[in-house]
Design a protein around this ligand. Structure first.
Ligand SMILES: NC(=O)CC[C@H](N)C(=O)O
Length: 213
């Protein structure tokens, strides 16, 4: 099967890092800015950056509604940090006029680890992403959110192990949507991007089976 093509929303944020990580995980990463470019990709990445800015730009570029429709229709989508915020059905500690694309039945707290903390590395327990060993995954957190509450259909993929806030939910999946509070695109651990590329391949196989039956 050909490499899946994954569009990284390129309005703001760490776009190049995601493209490099997707390429390393066996996909083709391309920049995504316009609605018509959505038709050419198998999946979407919402990068880290600033979620209030991204929300405004998504609306200004006329991308919010078409992206929301694709998400609802099952297009695989991965959001990291600000991208996790965009995928949340509910936010706390956010400006009243901030909108999200939604899709994951979760409440996300913005800047949950503290605004004063610029960036830190955190260990996580993440059996489905990184194996059963305690603290098996490490990644960079930058003014990161956490998941305050996750609905029954949400699979928890990673929780913080130790640190100032242990046991916090920092990676989740609901159906075709994946979200991490941290930045797997910064650093050289490819496991989260590989996990997402597998999700995309499974979704393509599912669609091809439907088309040929
Ligand atoms: N590194 C990040 O993506 C930070 C997210 C940022 N705190 C926000 O609310 O958008």
């Amino acid at each position: 099967m050909s490499r899946p093509e994954i569009g990284v929303l390129a309005l703001q944020g760490d776009v190049r890092e995601h493209i490099a990580a997707l390429e390393a995980a066996g996909a083709r990463g391309v920049q995504l800015r316009r609605e018509r470019e959505l038709d050419a990709v198998d999946a979407v990445v919402l990068p880290g950056g600033e979620s209030t800015t991204m929300d405004k730009l998504l609306r200004a570029f006329g991308l919010a509604a078409p992206l929301r429709d694709r998400l609802r229709a099952g297009m695989p989508t991965f959001g990291s940090c600000a991208g996790m915020i965009l995928l949340a059905d509910r936010l706390v500690d956010a400006p009243a006029d901030q909108r999200t694309l939604g899709g994951i039945d979760m409440t996300v707290r913005r800047n949950a680890f503290g605004r004063q903390i610029e960036s830190f590395e955190q260990r996580m327990d993440a059996p489905d992403l990184a194996g059963e060993t305690a603290g098996a995954l490490r990644a960079v957190f930058i003014r990161a959110p956490w998941v305050e509450e996750a609905g029954p259909g949400v699979q928890v993929l990673a929780t913080t192990a130790g640190g100032t806030h242990p046991g916090k939910i920092v990676a989740v999946r609901q159906g075709s949507l994946l979200a991490t509070a941290f930045h797997p695109e910064l650093g050289d651990d490819p496991r989260v991007h590989r996990f997402f590329v597998r999700m995309v391949q499974e979704s393509r196989q599912g669609r091809q089976q439907v088309q040929s039956s």
